[in-house]
Design a protein around this ligand. Sequence first.
Ligand code: BES
Ligand code: ZN
Ligand code: ZN
Length: 497
Amino acid sequence: MLAGVKTGQITKDAADAVVVLHFEKENEGRDDAPEIRNALKRAEWTGEKSNLVETFRANGEREQRLLIAGLGAREKFNAETLRDVSAAVGRRLAAAKAETVFVDIAALFDAETLPEKLTADGQAWGESLGLLTWEGKAFAGSATNIKPKPELTVSSGNPAFDEGIADGLLLAESVNFARSLSQTPPNVATPLWMAEQAQKLSKLTGLQCRILQGEELETERLQGLVTVGKASEHPPCLIRLAYTPEKPTGDPPVVILGKTITYDTGGLSLKVNNGMVGMKRDKDGGCAVLGTMHAVATLIKPDVPVIGLLVAAENCVSDNSMRPDDVITYRNGVTVEITNTDAEGRLVLADGLCWACEVEKARAIVDLATLTGGVVTALGSTFAGLFCDDDALRADLEAASDSSGERIWRLPLHAEYREMLKSPVADIINSNPNRKAHPIQGAAFLEHFVTEGTPWAHIDIAGVHAVDADAGAFIKGPTGWGVRLLAAWLARQTSSI
Ligand code: BES
Ligand code: ZN
Ligand code: ZN
């Protein structure tokens, strides 16, 4: 939609377009230009969120576009309002081929407006504009005619808001990076291709990168990766990215872990009908972890160490497939009877959780995974499912969710769900064939691989990692869900030492 967006010195007079933010039912008492006052009298103006009314004013030789953008009711306003309005405005400006825009944010001021609040508002504004620059057409060939798109320069004239816009644009780059990885087809995006992308990121940003593959997976007893990945000609790997703060504190790291199944056929428990289409996006937990590590290195720079782990494998069918009835032993000693090879995400995540606890000695772990179709049935695309019984971690994630706009809804963990996973031959099965509480079964399975006392959250993103139609700042396709939530969460982390 937009080729690119940047901030710059644009005055109100010189801009191609001026966007005037306006709350509902606040037409009076403002110092608006006559053209705007007239436009506000038109029936099409409701002031509702994202209601846009356009007018023009003579400006020397040319006409200047004035775009009045509704913010809805002042009482309901928050950063998410600005994300929605900015997306609507950005789409309109792209269609109008505007190249410079001035945003009049007078409506956002009240008696106690602090610069930090304006920076947060600016970030929300910049995020959506940045997300609109993603097209996902890296694989367009000679039969596609890609039209040139405008480059947009934006300013509000307010340093705090403009600084926020710049931050938002940077964060959107991290989200767009995750989206581009998700979009890459599975014949290209193999586990080792994902590892190469992590290596490239590390060279670009100074993060440390380590890849464990082949024999090393065996010696480290990462049995989930070995088992799930063995049917594919594209071998599995564990990808580890490490961020060290400028002033190392000796704190244990926080670990973010992503399910990275580069393609999920279901394995021998093969997916049927159309259930396989789109399973290139079964790596989106890992894509979001890479996107977040990009944000950590370029924007957030927290004062605690952060480790990003991707458990990468392809769930394929061959004469070397894992079978329903196989039993495997994890590095923490837990044995698993595989009852369904399509419940493969938890098998590889278990390795990541063992590693995070035992090797990294994580002070907290958050995993992101497109784990179950059941969470889509339960929560649709509105909320991701959150499993977290650690009150402090949950409160922190909920605060990050509020500020980032990526919504999470708590689902329960309980000993009774663990009962459902008892195996007659091993410790646990990977999936109960009953049709009960599948997202919770997934979380209850993962719980077995987290050391007692380690704060842990599992987020099932199967409903939110992609949208099936254009929505807000997104076009149909991947959303990079999790980058903004985890970035906001990591920005809140402070050294405990
Ligand atoms: N990758 C799927 C889950 C999924 C479904 C992601 C729809 C995105 C959209 C996962 O590996 C899977 O197949 N889960 C099974 C679990 C079942 C076998 C216990 C499911 O949800 O049906
Ligand atoms: Zn599966
Ligand atoms: Zn899967």
